[in-house]
Structures are given as C-alpha cells and as structure tokens.
Design a protein around this ligand. Structure first.
Ligand code: 9MG
Length: 276
C-alpha cells in the first residue's frame, strides 16, 4: 500500500510514525510549548531526526472540553510552521484541522495531507479536500470536543465505528475524493470511555474490512493515564505498548508525541514480522 502525499510517497508496507506538533496554548500534553515558530521548527527537526515519517501540525486543541478557535487564529499559528517545515525538510506535513478555509491555505503553503478529527463533516470540508487533492484521514468522533466525554455510548464496538467510517468513506467517494487518498481512524478518546478505547484496541483488526490504511493515536491519552496512574508526560511506556499492540493488529500509521521510542519499538515489530 502506498500513499501519494504531494511530492512524497509514503510506503505503508511498514508501519509509519506521525509526529505530533501542536501549535496551541491549550493542548493536553504539549500545549504552549511550540507557539513560537522557531521552537516549533526545532521540535519538527528533532522528530525528523528521531525517525518521524510525517509531521502533523495542529493549531486548535481537540482535547475534551476545548473551546473553538477562530479561523484567523488557527491560520496565524500554523501557516509559518507548515511553510517552514515544507521548505526546510523533505517530509510530508499533515494539517490537523476540520475547517475548509484552513485546509485550502495549509495545502497552498506546503501541507500534503489533511487530518480531520471531524471526518470532513464541516460544511465545505469535502469540497476543500477534493480541491486540495491530498490524502485525508477521516477520524471517528462521537459528539464534539466540548461534550464528547459526557456520556459516550455505543450499541456495538467496534461495529458502530466501522459503520460510521464506512458511511463517511462512501460519502467522500460520491463527492469526488478517490479511495487511494483516504485513511481511517477510530478516534481513540473522542467520545469514548476507557473501556470503549480498550475494546476498540483489542478488536482493531476488524477495521481491515474497510480496506483502507488505518491511523491510530493513543499517545499520552487519558486512558493510559487511568491505567498507569501517571500524568501525561510520564505515559511513554504505556503509549509505546499501545502503539505496538495497534500495529500488531493492523495499524499502518501511529500518531505520537514520543517519536524516538515509538520508532525504536516499531523497528523491532517490523524485524520480527519480516521473519514469520
Ligand atoms: C488531532 N488528533 C488528536 N488525537 C487524534 C487521533 O487519535 N487521531 C487523529 N487522526 N488525530 C488526532
């Protein structure tokens, strides 16, 4: 499986690591650390050096309870960072946004992927993605970041999520997106209890029925904190374990704050899986 992302070709025959770069004051783990463009570019350089395959740049926090950010604020935060990474480094940059205006500008300044936690449900988002012509990650979320953790409920797991993603894929295809450009993501922590997250992870192989690359993000998330009793910046072991389990169950791209350790762990998984 290969993903054409602008001038980049991402070979998904081995697991890939997407490094998280939040240019926000309020993200749950790295909020406020990379608001300065130079700090953000230094962090991108560090993640690339550590083996990241994609850098995901976001200018609006999607943590539970987060407030919405205006288009102009989001643009001001991410544009110089996306442009800076695309100019300086040979790596695909993904823009983490649900807003069509941001998708258009981000791709025009160098982003070669869209990561949408709202699965292109915002008005005009599908058209923006079709025009952009870059791969899009469609993520499942129940509710909105403001309300999603209030009382998440499912009839069947992971069936309800697979059905939602299948429906979004069909909708995107009928609107003109091509299948080769779609990626799906169960959206760990987005309208899910700890038990939901664990059940989805344990049955992750069922997402293969969608026939699309699978992206997962568990890095430092609350479920890992509740399991270990540790704060966000001490969930490395738990995050790496979750990434390894996800890849063993079919994930193609792992989104993480902890690039170096995740890359090392996935090298071991890949080497072992090549043998048998
Ligand atoms: C932006 N963001 C935060 N968590 C995420 C996850 O699990 N997947 C994707 N695709 N994006 C995420």
């Amino acid at each position: 499986m290969k993903l054409h992302a602008g001038r980049h070709l991402i070979d998904l025959d081995q697991p890939r690591v997407m490094g998280i770069l939040n240019v926000t004051p309020d993200s749950f783990s790295d909020g406020g650390r990379f608001l300065d463009v130079d700090d953000a570019l230094r962090q991108a350089a560090e993640m690339i050096e550590a083996g990241a395959d994609i850098i995901d740049v976001g200018g609006e926090s999607t943590r539970p309870g987060a407030d919405e950010t205006s288009v102009q604020t989001e643009l001001d935060r991410i544009m110089p960072v996306i442009e800076g990474i695309a100019d300086r480094f040979d790596i695909p940059v993904s823009v983490d946004t649900s807003k069509p205006e941001i998708m258009r500008v981000a791709v025009s300044v160098g982003a070669s992927m869209i990561n949408d936690v709202f699965a292109l449900r915002a008005e005009g988002a599908i058209d923006a993605a079709v025009e952009a012509g870059v791969p899009v990650c469609l993520m499942h979320m129940q509710g909105t970041p403001r309300s999603m953790q209030e009382s998440p409920a499912y009839e069947r797991l992971p069936g309800d999520i697979i059905d939602f993603l299948g429906e979004r894929v069909r909708h995107c295809l009928s609107a003109g997106l091509c299948k080769e450009k779609l990626i799906v993501d169960p959206g760990f922590g987005f309208g899910k209890s700890d038990q939901h997250n664990l059940e989805i992870l344990s049955k992750l192989n069922q997402f293969a029925e969608l026939g699309l690359p699978l992206l997962v993000g568990l890095s430092r998330k609350r479920t890992l904190g509740n399991l270990t009793g540790k704060p966000a910046d001490r969930r490395l072991g738990a995050g790496v374990a979750a990434a390894v389990i996800a890849v063993e169950k079919g994930a193609n791209i792992v989104r993480t704050h902890d690039v170096a350790d995740t890359v090392d762990a996935l090298k071991v998984v890949t080497a072992v899986n090549r043998i048998g």
